[in-house]
Design a binder for this molecule. Structure first.
Ligand SMILES: [Zn+2]
Length: 266
């Protein structure tokens, strides 16, 4: 049971929240999830394709600190691992789920060959979610050289008004960032983002109540990544964010945990 803070707001159950990781593609995922629980760490697991979403549910559904998204990553469309049939499955899974991701568009040079297929799949997922509204829905979104197109689709289907749209590792232009902020999007920040000058500049500007932490771990899919490695990465990201923003670390940590708790209901 979640407690109650003095303000009347419910108290987050966890100390740290990883709002975008690929827990299902970490070796011994269920074991890592249990370790994470002991460390006070909750995770949004963002599968990359419908098969992975189903498998993640099988192995992680009983973990009290894990939310599992319905996902279809643009790279899996681009390399031919997923086709239109998978997009239809992803859309139907997303429509029935409160948690959606990793989904999105990647129009970086190496992935533009699949631009049309990516666009169709993302539109399809967003349209089916719009047709079947779920309270408190959260999207974890990949957008590379495509933040404007992602926002066009989200806006067209009214999702920015009805769901928490979280840009994972935002790397768009400053105009796109301003637009995403106006539309009420959230932003999950990781160490790779903070390794770039642009990422640090964005991290300074992001509204405090839209700010989230993530790792995008494991660094390499299907390899080990212990829970404390995830927790340390989140702590380092928090340290850096507090420094960049001139914020009191404990206050920023509490605010980010509160926002994450509200989105994940964990
Ligand atoms: Zn990811």
């Amino acid at each position: 049971m979640a407690g109650r803070a003095q303000s009347g707001e419910r108290t987050p159950r966890y100390r740290l929240y990883d709002m975008h990781c690929h827990l299902d593609r970490i070796a011994d995922a269920a074991f890592v999830a249990r370790d994470a629980e002991a460390l006070g760490l909750a995770l949004f697991c963002a599968p990359v394709c419908p098969d992975d979403s189903e498998r993640a549910k099988r192995i992680l559904d009983t973990c009290p600190n894990v939310r599992i998204g319905a996902g279809l990553h643009p790279w899996w469309i681009d390399d031919g691992s997923c086709n239109a049939e998978d997009a239809a499955r992803a859309a139907s899974m997303a429509a029935r789920s409160r948690w959606v991701g990793e989904v999105g568009l990647d129009f970086g040079r190496v992935h533009t060959g699949s631009r049309a297929e990516q666009f169709e799949a993302f539109k399809w997922i967003c349209q089916t979610c719009a047709e079947r509204a779920v309270d408190g829905r959260v999207f974890s979104i990949h957008a590379v050289h495509a933040a404007g197109e992602v926002l066009d689709v989200l806006e067209r289907f009214g999702l920015t008004g009805h769901a928490a749209c979280v840009f994972h590792w935002f790397s768009g232009t400053s105009d796109e960032l301003a637009r995403a902020r106006r539309l009420g999007c959230y932003f999950s920040v990781n160490e790779m983002m903070l390794a770039t000058r642009k990422g640090r500049e964005y991290a300074r500007q992001l509204p405090e109540d839209r700010l989230l932490l993530e790792t995008d771990y494991p660094p390499k899919l299907d390899t080990p990544c212990p829970a404390d490695q995830i927790a340390f990465a989140l702590e380092r990201t928090l340290d850096q964010l507090a420094g960049l923003r001139g914020s009191e670390r404990a206050e920023l940590a509490a605010l980010i945990a509160q926002t994450s708790f509200r989105l994940l209901d964990l």
